[in-house]
Design a protein around this ligand. Structure first.
Ligand code: OOG
Ligand code: MG
Length: 257
């Protein structure tokens, strides 16, 4: 039987010690997806001591990300309040291991949402605004390398988020057609539309609501929900300026410090 609490403590220590650790699946015969989500939940419980939830997230919802990480299914994780960056967009690199950054479509919910049966339309009904943003991911695993169940246990590499300020009402724009251009130090590294997120960013959020509903949980009013990166993540080093330009959500910038 998988020792859920042991692996949660193992990952929590990797975060606080800023220490990359061997993937769990390199150390045990098998890690089921159910046990991986149990480890994620136990890890969150440890990390919520003195913190709170600001949202929930999707990952690996685009072909670009699935190919980059060698994983072919979406994953779900949590966003803690302490991970939300301030208005200056400064990311303190001495708090992280080997961070990467990626642009994100982010939903701010105005109503609770819980599956089963949540559709993309329900998501638009429950959303107050959709914004651009940037997520900083920081796998706790050696060489940023993992299997599907490893990355689930590790709260889908979640580390920091920068939330844009130029949100739009969800039905004022077709989210599938919103363009996102990602730049590192002024050089374009990727470009995609919302459609890259499993065909529709709102459908991604619906999947998350249904995933949580199956466990008696829900997405809550006021939460931020990043729907996953439409293009590859890039390393965030000291002095790196990462900029995500959106056709309808303005520009979001972070700087590694
Ligand atoms: C997993 C997290 C993926 C996204 O937007 O696809 C993610 C990883 O790539 O380390 O947040
Ligand atoms: Mg992401």
């Amino acid at each position: 039987m998988t020792d859920i609490n042991h692996w949660a403590a193992y990952l929590a220590a990797a975060v606080t010690d800023r220490n990359e650790v061997a993937a769990i699946t390199k150390q045990i015969d098998a890690l089921s997806i159910e046990d991986a989500y149990k480890i994620q939940e136990a890890l969150l419980a440890l990390q919520l001591d003195g913190d709170s939830l600001a949202g929930a997230k999707l990952g690996l919802t685009s072909a670009a990300k699935q190919e980059q990480m060698g994983v072919d299914e979406p994953v779900y994780g949590w966003v803690r309040s302490s991970s939300v960056l301030g208005a200056d967009g400064v990311v303190k690199l001495d708090e992280l291991i080997h961070p990467r950054c990626e642009p994100e479509f982010m939903f701010r919910l105005g109503k609770d949402l819980a599956g089963p049966g949540v559709t993309a339309d329900d998501v638009l009904d429950a959303t107050e605004e959709v914004m651009g943003g940037i997520e900083v991911i920081d796998s706790r695993y050696e060489a940023f390398s993992f299997t599907l169940t490893d990355v689930v246990a590790d709260n889908t590499s979640a580390a920091r988020i920068m939330v844009g300020t130029d949100g739009v009402a969800p039905r004022d724009v077709d989210l599938r057609e919103v363009t996102c251009t990602f730049e590192i130090d002024g050089e374009v590294t990727g470009e995609a539309t919302g459609e890259a997120l499993l065909g529709d960013p709102a459908a991604c959020v619906a999947m998350l609501a249904n995933h949580l509903g199956a466990q008696g949980k829900k997405l809550e009013a006021g939460w931020i929900v990043p729907a996953g990166a439409p293009v590859d993540a890039k390393p965030l080093s000291p002095g790196t300026v990462a900029t995500a330009r959106y056709s309808h959500f303005g520009t979001v910038t972070i700087t590694g410090q």
